[in-house]
Design a protein around this ligand. Sequence first.
Ligand code: SF4
Length: 389
Amino acid sequence: MMKRFVSKFPRWTTGFRKFDDFLQVEPKSGSCSTSTSIVEGMRLYGTSCAKLTDAKLTENVSDMLIDSFGRLHTYLRISLTERCNLRCQYCMPAEGVDLTPSPQLLSPDEIVRLASLFTSSGVDKIRLTGGEPTVRKDIEDICLRLSNLKGLKTLAITTNGITLARKLPMLKECGLTSLNISLDTLVPAKFEFMTRRKGHQKVIDSINAAVDLGYNPVKVNCVVMRGFNDDEICDFVNLTCEKPINVRFIEFMPFDGNVWNVKKMVPYSEMLNKVVGQFPGLKRLKDHPTDTAKNFRVDGHQGAVSFITSMTEHFCAGCNRLRLLADGNLKVCLFGPSEVSLRDPLRNGADDEELREIIGAAVKRKKASHAGMFDIAKTANRPMIHIGG
Ligand code: SF4
């Protein structure tokens, strides 16, 4: 079995019996360096990380969404399902995850009721995540209902793109305003290794379909892992040349079951070094205060290049995100284990005021920042497949 596997993917899997082995490999001498030799003199820009305390911005936001550090939480990520049509190795443990029984998951009516509570309190952006949100048969209906919520400006989705090309025209009709498509490699065989499924071309087709339908930018999320896809960084940057694609390089993050290892994490400084080495015309763009990304554009390119530096330079000071999980738990921080159920009080007849109190208390308990990458790796958290990133 292993022999067949290695001979099928010779260049980057040699010596790795399984993903865990791949994660334990020592970096080549000097390759884990955070040296800024090429970018010497060029600032490793941080995100803006401003708090939205400006009176204009706060006037439409209820106290329920403001934490004890003055951060306004106007962005809600809703996980629509724990199911996925891929089995990405960094997202899901090899043995799979226990799925919550269906009756314990939020119904479409409950999702819309809670979303409405958030939008009426000041949330103006909702992102649908999973699992893989497009595996839901009622995804179009949910989009339509959410896009009609008063106060909502952006309805986004994060998807693996496997079925998106087919569904996107209808999703657009139903009010989907922006999308992020995950793609970690431009090599079909690597895709199959990482996701344990075929489908690379379908993802490429979805990216092209999104461009053709006028989405601008089309965001492509790429988790960079040493020895797996760090040799493709500049190939990804080339995607931005002629199309309005925003390639977003994401530092590899620890989640339950993904066997995170610091040696596999390629730091922002090293990624930037590689890009500047090949694209000297790389220019820094201005970020929005709550942007998680450090944004750049290569001179003459239509699209943009961004870095999500959650591990080496966190952006918690500008955090505006809350997460509603498929089972109805509210999670105030991606890397914090604390969760509170909204489903249970909802099903026990809580009115909006009672739900607002529960949400407000959870938001007020939110910590200033995550605990740092080594502590996160030791902290119990859900697998990524449950949280939706
Ligand atoms: S780690 Fe938590 S506080 Fe920091 S940006 Fe992510 S969700 Fe926000």
